[in-house]
Write a protein of this length. Structure first.
Length: 364
């Protein structure tokens, strides 16, 4: 359809009804304009991804777990609407507070932070976290999980989070209050795109000073992520915010195309919820259409929606919409398949005669 012609759906004279459902509300958004229309279209695209059994990656940046949104992610995992996750170390760290029953409270953004510091209260906008009762207590949990008993062999952040989910499930007071434990139960890989930029890594410092080593195989994990895309008949991303999680998911396309020379073309669908501007050249605000020039998406004109909105407003609407009208999917359990997916990508790469470099043999 030529967007330069005068055609399209008529804008209705919207009427609200107290008996309206979430489906009705999304239809109102979709039939309107501006970011309301984009939000409605994004909800419908998410439903399409689910219907087509696309392999769905959820990327989570910003401080979403401290405001309780881990519970929404947990439900989407249980329904089979999220197959793998890329997030920040901070979101994983703060999500674990809920599993262990550590206090996180609503506070105020209009406050004297000098006084908060004196009162041992840490602030994330209008969310309060106690320094000792929450942060230090969580630090002790993390240090115990990943201390001397943590294997010296190389690991990925998916393995890190899987172990964290296992430990929280077995030992935490409220394991059901963590999407990390749910990801463990459903074999959903959770990757941390920047683990060193978080309290998770800070807590490993006390063990490193005692000569404990941590061998993060970050190259292995970006290959695993590309292997997930490579094996998917249809692939989609739901991006909550931007940042490194956004690019980590999208760069799977260039890894296959540019580096491994597969010419597979990137993801079929992407939804981005962001408040970042595109005109500054930053990653968070970069348009999804721009990603086509890098091979991150299949089509620059279809299968992509950007919603310029606060994630804490838009995400619950998208989630409730699909929870209300989509059937539960069988979990793909990708975590247990990562080894096979990696081997498949590796084998196919070396089948190409142009890739003459052989795998190096490990020396005993």
């Amino acid at each position: 359809m030529d967007p330069h012609k005068f055609h399209g759906n008529d804008i209705p004279h919207i009427k609200l009804d107290p008996k309206m459902t979430i489906e009705d509300l999304v239809n109102v958004f979709a039939s309107s304009g501006f970011n309301g229309r984009s939000l409605g279209e994004a909800a419908k695209l998410y439903a399409k991804m689910i219907k087509e059994d696309a392999t769905i990656c959820l990327t989570v940046s910003g401080a979403l777990t401290p405001v309780g949104f881990g519970g929404i992610i947990k439900t989407l995992i249980e329904r089979g609407f999220v197959d793998w996750i890329i997030t920040t170390g901070a979101n994983v760290y703060h999500e674990d507070h809920f599993a262990w029953g550590l206090p996180v409270k609503q506070g105020s953004s209009e406050v004297d932070d000098m006084k908060l510091y004196e009162n041992e209260i840490v602030r994330i906008r209008d969310v309060y976290i106690k320094f000792y009762e929450t942060l230090e207590a969580e630090d002790q949990v993390i240090q115990k999980m990943f201390g001397e008993d943590f294997p010296d062999k190389s690991f990925t952040t998916a393995e890190f989070c899987n172990l964290m989910g296992k430990m929280s499930k077995e030992n935490a007071k409220y394991p059901e209050k963590s999407f990390i434990t749910t990801a463990y139960d459903y074999d959903v890989p959770v990757y941390i795109s920047t683990i060193k930029d978080s309290s998770l890594a800070l807590n490993l410092a006390v063990h490193r000073l005692r000569d404990k080593t941590y061998n993060l195989d970050f190259v292995r994990e970006i290959l695993e992520q590309a292997a997930i895309l490579y094996d998917s008949k249809k692939s989609g991303i739901l991006e909550l915010g931007g940042g490194v999680p956004k690019n980590t998911a999208q760069q799977t396309g260039p890894l296959l195309d540019q580096i491994l020379r597969r010419s597979d073309g990137g993801h079929d669908y992407i939804i981005q919820i962001t408040d970042a501007r595109p005109d500054t050249g930053g990653l968070s605000g970069a348009t999804l259409q721009e990603g086509k020039s890098w091979g991150k998406v299949q089509d620059a004109h279809h299968g992509m929606v950007t919603v310029y909105a606060d994630v804490t407003i838009a995400f619950p609407i998208l989630a409730l919409y699909v929870l209300s009208n989509q059937k539960t999917r069988k979990p793909k359990r990708l975590y247990k398949k990562l080894g096979k997916l990696y081997d498949k990508l590796s084998d196919d790469y070396f089948k190409n005669p142009a890739n003459t470099v052989k795998k190096s043999k490990k020396k005993n």
